[in-house]
Design a protein around this ligand. Structure first.
Ligand SMILES: [Cu+2]
Length: 185
């Protein structure tokens, strides 16, 4: 073998070793962050997930809630009990109404990572299911039936800026305009 070839092989092995070492340390440091516990501080509405003083939406165990799990699973941000008295809802909550004519607002803007409250209700006598298109927000979903009072869900907006589309997941409903987008800036 040529000397040059051997040098290249050694170089490649060293690079691979560094990449593997970085990957291992990365995967070991991540769970530690996930395991961090927070002290629940505020609850926007009974039944909804609490928010810590640091502005992290937490599970009852004080772990950071996850937006990318199945809706209503223990790690997910929880939706509130039906809200009959809207006076108690935080003024910054985004009031989302879903009906056969569409979702209002069809667009809203939030700050990256910020605590976000969505107050979801049906604007007609239909059944609707608010959810985001992106799997990274799969846990942030709220179902409302005919005549149901509004429900509130509190979650941390994505830290990644961009546009996150939402829709009503009842078959046929997106086609009649039950869609919209959340802009994270
Ligand atoms: Cu719908």
């Amino acid at each position: 073998m040529e000397k040059k070839t051997i040098i290249w092989i050694i170089f490649a092995v060293v690079v691979i070793a560094i990449v593997v070492a970085l990957a291992i340390t990365g995967s070991f440091s991540e769970p530690t962050q996930q395991e961090q516990t927070y002290k629940p501080s505020n609850v926007a509405a009974p039944g909804a997930s609490a928010v810590s003083v640091e502005g992290v939406v937490v599970t009852p165990e004080g772990k950071a809630a996850r937006n990318d799990v199945a809706p209503m699973s223990p790690e997910a941000p929880q939706e509130s009990l039906p809200i009959t008295d809207k006076a108690s809802v935080p003024s910054e909550a985004i009031d989302i109404k879903i009906s056969a004519t569409g979702i209002t607002p069809s667009q809203f803007t939030v700050k990256a990572g910020a605590v976000t409250h969505l107050l979801v209700s049906a604007g007609d006598s239909g059944t609707h299911l608010f959810m985001f298109d992106d799997p990274s927000l799969s846990a942030v979903a709220v179902g409302v039936g005919p005549g149901d009072p509004a429900r509130l869900i509190t979650f941390n907006a994505p830290t990644k800026k961009g546009t996150y589309a939402y829709h009503c997941d009842v078959p046929g409903h997106p086609g009649r305009g039950e869609v919209g987008k959340m802009i994270v800036e």
